[in-house]
Design a protein around this ligand. Sequence first.
Ligand SMILES: Cc1ncc(COP(=O)(O)O)c(C=O)c1O
Length: 638
Amino acid sequence: MNYNTMERWNINKSSDLYGVSEWGGGYFFVADNGDMMVMPEPGATGRAVSIAEIARGIRERGFDMPVLLRIENILDAQITSLNETFRSAMEELGYTGAFMGAYPIKVNQQQQVVEKIAQFGSRYHHGLEAGSKAELIAAMGMMRDKKAVLICNGYKDEEFIDLGLYATKIGFTCILVVEMPDELPLIIARSKALNAKPILGIRIKLSAQAGGHWSESGGERSIFGLNTSQIIQAVDLLASAGMLDCLKLVHYHLGSQISNIREIRTAVNEACRVYAGLIREGAQVEYLDLGGGLAVDYDGSQSNFLSSRNYTLKEYCTDIIEAVMTSLSDDGIAHPIIVTESGRALVAYYSILLFNILDVTRFHADPLPEKLPEGCPSQLEYMHQALKDLTIRNIQEVLNDAIFYRDETRRLFQTGQISLRERSLAEQLFWTTINEINRLAGELKNPSTELTDLDRVLSDFYYCNFSVFQSLPDSWAIGQLFPIMPIHRLDEEPTRKGILADITCDCDGKIDQFIDKRGVKRYLPLHELRPYEEYILGVFLVGAYQETLGDLHNLLGDTNVVTIRIQDRGEFEFVSEQEGDTVAEVLSYVQYDPRRLFVRFRETAEQAVRDGKISAQERRGIVEAYEAGLRGYTYFER
Ligand SMILES: Cc1ncc(COP(=O)(O)O)c(C=O)c1O
């Protein structure tokens, strides 16, 4: 019950509190029974499936939390939506070129993901982008579609170039993008040596630069790409080698998660000028590749905040097409094939990280004694008096006093002037006062920021069965926000405020910033734990970059991954289950030999038998436990 309004809590309030309809892209909603639901495509409520039910199914199949859940219909729907939105915007505006997508493998390189993109993208000839030899080798092995583009970006050595040339020879539309001036003479030499006519692109440095985390990817100081004089030198070199007709594509990449549509438009204009300039130079360019950057509205604020975007997909497509048409109209140039290398926007929605809560720590004060003990230090008396005098009128003054005397008692403790028991009493007095102040501050119309911050200071720690470093590396590294919420009990009011601590023993292994329509929230509304009942949270929109960038901090390995497909009538099937790393596997990643470890441990245990510390039977149990540990999951198991 919400006592302020005396209105019963309901699912709409939960939906609003966690902003589900704002960030959910139409794929999620809260059901009447309080479960979070997922739909195979936006608005398909009739085929929705309860995520809590999927989590139960995962358990029943013997998989422990944490689990990365992939819903493959969502990937399918995102590919369709990108391609169809470009197609319909082109039709509406009378654009005579075409759109071709190229998924950048780096965004999520997992074989299953790339395979599904190739499968779902085939009806649109959606291609791939490779930024390294390994990615190119993966792409050449996965791709079948010869019409789709295979874009080769990244630093290229002879082997990389040769592979790209072979791909062209066997019929792929494989485009070698010149990223550095030195690459071109090598490409020319290798194409002559292999007698292969290359399809070439040039990555250009734009003066336009986007804001945000990845702004350094664009602009004149960007690491990759050719500036205008290098572009002219490349044209001259190609012309002198009789290969100017090989130059087919102009590429730039402004950065990822570009929140502001204006920056996207400005960059397109500038790139079109280069495109037109190259045509005037005699090149027969056909493709304009705008790189990645299509952002995801993680916080649902629809703003140019880092975790959001101030445009819809429709606006993104329309603005790009309009900018190209306007920029090239005066030159009478045929409309190019627009390529985008959108990664984040394609894959973010389709993965959800699920984990259970292991424990909660609350910052409440232990009850105070009726009376302070005789001969108590005066600082404790002052704190006690301040607490008794606290009213809504002197709230700030009492807060200042409480902090002052808390610091004073800590100082006196360090110099040995107050005892451990007295220091403990001072802490109790302090936290009782802070809790009381926080309660009263709720009644203030305009509380100071110091007072509003008490919600964060007093929030609970929810201990979560996952590793930030393995599963949400961007949350730790660049403060990326993701929507996080319980996947069930949403018909109940979440009465606690918590921050999330993972199971690494690292003080950075926590999440204390959460999405909010008006900025960033410092705590997450959560439910009280119930005895013997699992409480599961979901982190949504984690399909892009997180799996790839995660690391083995504390030797917590890859989580279990389960992929489901939602069927026509809202049933779902498990299409694949990948077990997470075992302890032996993560140990081998850091060069241990698990077999040798086991043998050595068995010897150590045998020594303990010889020393009379354990019996032979005990040794057997201990050795079996060690062996089972090697085979086990790296996360907390029930
Ligand atoms: C060259 C290139 N293309 C495409 C992308 C993918 O960008 P996004 O995930 O923003 O679509 C990246 C990633 O930063 C990139 O470096």
